[in-house]
Design a protein around this ligand. Structure first.
Ligand code: C2E
Ligand code: CA
Ligand code: CA
Length: 518
């Protein structure tokens, strides 16, 4: 009640009651003055009642008017609030573009229907994803990255009609082009790429990003715009896998590929849970003594249909889906307990994925597994590819450092195939480099230039006192060449393919027998 009298309506009511009382009193006095004594008037109840009702009615009328006026104001305010809330819910506040929610609601379809000039009732949905945005963000900071997104939004908006460019979050945009003839789609996609990839000035820095584009048509490739958008996203995924600044139109095979991948992803999840993915071991041979000095653990998976899935396929799915950590832990646990059965001088090499180099807990995870298995950290060697080191070089450097401190050996895998081999050698301390098998193939073909590169690589590692392993040795001639060049360790089908643990024990025994006999 107290609150009511503090409100505007309460105060108005109090003021009106006071005013009405005042009016009533004035009316009374006026009546007495006209008609004589108060006694006379008080006796005339009809007049008294009339005056009371008149004053009360007048006050109520004024109060109602005020309330109606307030109500109208409130309604307008609510409408304004509603509009604002709707705008916030349907727009991205950074670029001021409509968002995914707006797209999913009816706005776009409505816009298409409302467009009377649209002689062709068609639309092409372009899914656009920036290439290299993260790098620019790292270079110019988040504020700079925001400016870049705003500029990209402006450029895209200049290409399409109003309300037909959406930001779906991050560096993902959707452009809906109405009434575009089918043979113009590709040109429009290229126009998007061209427009986005023009340099952008942020402060004093000129930056450049690329764009990958996937597109699909409505109504040919989907009943609703949301269906079409789903398809243009699939085409975008495919375009992205082909490298920066690529545009691709949706085709049914892409859908099949996505479905197959989703199925494989489900099977992979189940296989990890059931422990069906096992490490096999490929021997590493000391090229001077011919003795086995280690085994590289390579993941092997045979799916429900009895088909063996390439690790290149399932490891990349595991990386993308975050399954790599449980898979890695499971494989490393098994490998460490297997390695304990090998002689002391035989080490275990284990591959690390690029995404694992973003895991701050990696070293402690590895140490925990080694500790549980009772394997000396000095017997473990992790293989890291060059590309894994460039994602987040600072973090990678600190992980490499921690691994070193823990006594774990580190090998640079697939050396010569990555981005900046020499820069990596200067920056990190490696115990070993593994020369990629593509160089071995070349040496077999007697490619003079490749031979010179291999010799330079071997000289470099000798100078840096880093051991070298050469992978992919398949023939005696190749082995002889690398022995002659002073390479330390060899790996390849000539010595042995990856084998199950039980076979490693036989392999070690046979190899010892051969060496003894030799
Ligand atoms: P990688 O680390 O470079 O492994 C060497 C690959 O070369 C293996 O293929 C191996 O079977 C193959 N190889 C070995 N010797 C020869 C040879 O003489 N000739 C030819 N042509 N190939 C040879 P694989 O097992 O198919 O593995 C492919 C890649 O998958 C590996 O390349 C590695 O990057 C990844 N991978 C395998 N297992 C794991 C794992 O447990 N974790 C992670 N993160 N990656 C793994
Ligand atoms: Ca490897
Ligand atoms: Ca390799």
């Amino acid at each position: 009640m107290g609150e009511f009298f503090e409100s505007k309506a309460g105060k108005q009511l109090a003021a009106l009651v006071a005013g009405a009382l005042f009016l009533w009193t004035v009316g009374l006095v006026w009546h007495v003055h006209i008609f004589g004594t108060f006694r006379q008037f008080a006796g005339d109840t009809t007049d008294m009642l009339f005056l009371t009702f008149f004053v009360a009615g007048l006050a109520s009328f004024i109060y109602s008017l005020l309330r109606i006026f307030d109500l109208r104001k409130e309604m307008l305010r609510q409408q304004e609030h509603g509009k604002r809330a709707h705008w916030i819910a349907t727009h991205d506040h950074l670029t001021r573009l409509p968002n995914r929610y707006a797209f999913e609601k009816f706005e776009v379809v409505q816009a298409l229907r409302d467009d009377e000039n649209n002689s062709l009732p068609t639309a092409t949905v372009f899914s656009v994803d920036l290439d290299g945005f993260k790098k620019v963000n790292d270079l110019v900071g988040h504020q700079g990255g925001d400016l870049l997104l705003q500029e990209v939004s402006k450029r895209l908006s200049a290409l399409a009609a109003e309300s037909c460019v959406f930001r779906f979050g991050g560096d993902e945009f959707i452009v809906v082009a109405r009434g575009l003839a089918a043979d113009k789609d590709e040109r429009f996609a290229k126009l998007i790429i061209h427009s986005v990839s023009r340099s952008i000035r942020i402060g004093s820095i000129w930056c450049q990003v690329g764009a990958s584009v996937g597109y699909a048509r409505w109504p040919e490739q989907g009943q609703t715009l949301n269906d079409v958008c789903h398809r243009s996203d699939i085409a975008l995924y495919e375009a992205k896998s082909r490298g920066a600044n690529t545009a691709m139109m949706f085709h049914e095979e892409m859908q099949l590929k996505v479905t197959a991948r989703a199925k494989l992803e489900g099977q992979l999840r189940d296989a990890i849970e059931a422990g069906h993915i096992r490490p096999f071991y490929q021997p590493l041979v000391d090229l001077r003594s011919g003795d086995v000095c280690g085994f590289e653990a390579l993941a092997r998976w045979t799916d429900e249909d009895g088909i063996s899935v390439s690790p290149q396929v399932f490891i990349s799915i595991a990386e993308e889906t975050g399954l790599i950590t449980p898979l890695f832990q499971q494989l490393l646990k098994t490998a460490c307990s297997d390695a304990k059965h090998w002689p002391e001088h035989v080490s275990l090499s284990f591959n690390l994925s690029a995404v694992q180099m973003e895991d701050r807990l990696l070293t402690s995870r590895i140490l925990k597994i080694l500790d549980d298995a009772g394997l000396d950290p000095g017997r473990l060697e992790v293989e890291i590819t060059e590309n894994a080191l460039i994602q987040d070089p600072e973090l990678a450097a600190s992980i490499v450092d921690d691994l070193h401190k823990a006594g774990i050996q580190i090998a640079l895998d697939d050396f010569g195939t990555g981005y900046s081999s020499l820069a990596q050698l200067a920056r990190y301390r490696f115990d070993k480099i593994k020369i990629d098998k593509s160089f071995v193939k070349a040496s077999r073909d007697h490619d003079d230039r490749h031979e010179k590169i291999v010799q330079a690589l071997l000289n470099l590692s000798r100078g840096l006192e880093i051991k070298t392993t050469v992978e992919g040795i398949e023939e005696n001639g190749q082995m002889a060449y690398f022995v002659h060049e002073g390479c330390d360790i060899g790996q390849g089908y000539l010595f042995g393919k990856a084998m199950p643990f039980a076979d490693t024990l036989l392999f070690l025994r046979d190899r010892r027998d051969v060496l003894k006999a030799g």
